[in-house]
Ligand binder design. Structure first.
Ligand code: SF4
Ligand code: SF4
Length: 103
């Protein structure tokens, strides 16, 4: 499993580098660069932290996916988890970031 960083969307905030527990993402030419894709264990911390929506998580067969992709977009306190399936259909799961810290 791994992520893909869209350099056209990356704004160079480097939050993904700070949150990756394995230090797998590095900086290159003021943008984020996934240096060790094989070592990614799919915690999706970087996906969640990327306010620019530049990081996509690949939903491969190893985690029950079928080649889809997932990224996030933000709207106030709401985090939209956008899942694009391999057939092009999109499913969005909304999580209120304030509620998610209640438990
Ligand atoms: S969090 Fe997103 S915008 Fe910020 S450096 Fe990483 S990929 Fe780029
Ligand atoms: S999904 Fe987790 S382990 Fe993989 S690059 Fe992102 S923060 Fe690092």
């Amino acid at each position: 499993m791994s992520i893909r960083i869209n350099l056209d969307k990356c704004v160079g905030c480097l939050r993904c580098i700070e949150v990756c527990p394995g230090s797998l993402i590095k900086e290159k030419d003021t943008k984020a660069f996934m240096k060790y894709p094989k070592d990614c264990w799919g915690c999706v911390s970087c996906v969640k932290e990327c306010k620019a929506g530049a990081i996509e998580f690949y939903l491969g067969a190893d985690i029950g996916g079928n080649g889809g992709k997932m990224n996030v977009s933000y709207e106030g306190d709401i985090i939209h988890w956008n899942i694009t399936k391999s057939d092009g259909t999109v499913k969005v799961i909304d999580v209120n970031s304030k509620d998610s810290n209640k438990y």
